[in-house]
Design a protein around this ligand. Structure first.
Ligand SMILES: NC(=O)c1ccc[n+]([C@@H]2O[C@H](COP(=O)([O-])OP(=O)(O)OC[C@H]3O[C@@H](n4cnc5c(N)ncnc54)[C@H](OP(=O)(O)O)[C@@H]3O)[C@@H](O)[C@H]2O)c1
Length: 332
């Protein structure tokens, strides 16, 4: 397949202040890699919104194309692991941080961290899941590796109406857990119940106490919020429970005591989806295409964006005005 000399890409630069927009660029300016793909879809994560708007330091060099998620078909390969025509995906792995990301008609990837698209997953479903679903799956994987079971009791998910949160609700429920959701958006409580939450609490009314140990409420947590929310969770997780800390939508600081750790033996698990080892990535994508496939993916990925709608959507995401996931079709 011939690769065009010029392509359209969502390029983020800092030359004259922050600027980010779709523009034409030469294909030979793309970051290098041994697998070239024609991009079909990407998605929008919180990190993409921070990068696109310049609100957070995501890119470590400029200019780069945005988009931490990508799925497409191989059009040229110098790797014996991938053949032309094969569908592949990539999430994190330096995309839109140290190398060009998925908001681009063509993209070079490194075979070391490129993932074959599992047979039972369509390209669109892979991006409906994207980094958000992968992060939820990595959180559950790490919790179970540390002994969490459905029999221990309910798992609470914070920031539940967001991408990671809503997929965590759906995946946990699919995996047999009783799920409790915490969200600031009461208008989405019914939607969260349809995704599998048995109870929903309003984060604006939530008070988890101020003593190092309060009465226990949940057996574990997937926390996308951080700050005061995470601090509160450490007080109320029951003995031997796990908290997967994966986000900071509510703050990056954490003030707590050692009491929950040394008296209740709870564990705080750090989640880094971007640099997850490739073998574990492959395993988790197989689970996401199989036993952990979120059954309500179409209800979660409620937004399908055109390319020109990307900047406005990113602004809305940071203003907390979205719910669920957004995919973006790149292939014309
Ligand atoms: N560690 C990793 O590898 C990894 C991977 C992906 C994402 N993340 C992080 O996970 C977080 C969620 O990402 P996402 O893509 O799911 O974003 P998202 O779709 O924007 O969801 C974030 C959710 O957090 C809640 N929230 C927003 N502002 C808040 C505030 N000030 N206080 C408390 N809650 C607030 C909102 O949920 P409610 O209104 O329902 O409460 C919002 O929907 C982000 O911090 C992101 O950087 C980390």
């Amino acid at each position: 397949m011939s690769i065009p000399e010029h392509i359209q890409a969502f390029r983020i630069d800092q030359r004259d202040g922050h600027c980010a927009d779709w523009q034409s660029m030469r294909t030979d300016q793309l970051s290098s890699g041994d697998v070239c793909i024609k991009v079909h879809y990407s998605s929008v994560n919180y990190k993409d919104a921070l990068a696109a708007t310049g609100s957070g330091k995501i890119l470590r060099q400029f200019p780069l194309n945005g988009g931490i998620d990508v799925v497409g078909e191989v059009v040229a390969s110098e790797s014996d692991q991938f053949d032309v025509g094969e569908p592949v995906l990539a999430t994190g792995s330096g995309l839109s941080e140290t190398r060009d990301g998925g908001y681009s008609e063509y993209l070079n990837l490194h075979s070391d961290w490129t993932i074959p698209l599992p047979d039972s997953l369509s390209m669109l479903d892979a991006m409906r899941i994207g980094t958000a679903g992968f992060t939820a799956a990595l959180s559950l994987y790490r919790m179970e590796a540390n002994g969490q079971t459905p029999e221990q009791g309910p798992i609470v998910v914070t920031g539940a109406s967001g991408g990671v949160g809503s997929l965590a609700v759906n995946i946990l429920s699919q995996a047999g857990y009783e799920v409790h959701a915490i969200s600031g958006k009461t208008q989405f409580f019914n939607w969260l119940r349809q995704l599998g939450a048995v109870s929903c609490s309003n984060r604006h009314d939530l008070y988890l106490g101020d003593r190092p140990l309060e009465s226990t409420i949940w057996a574990g947590a997937i926390d996308t919020v951080g700050g005061k929310m995470l601090e509160g969770l450490t007080r109320v997780i029951s003995p031997w429970g796990n908290i997967a800390s994966c986000g900071l939508a509510g703050g990056a600081e954490l003030h707590t005591t050692v009491m929950p750790f040394i008296i209740r033996g709870i564990s705080l698990l750090g989640i880094n989806s971007s640099q997850c080892p490739t073998e574990l990535r492959k395993q988790l994508w197989q689970r996401l295409a199989g036993p952990w496939k979120p059954p309500q993916l179409a209800q979660i990925a409620v937004t399908q964006l055109r390319r020109d709608e990307l900047p406005e959507y990113c602004e809305k995401m940071l203003a907390g005005q979205i719910h669920g996931r957004a995919t973006i079709q790149i292939k014309g």
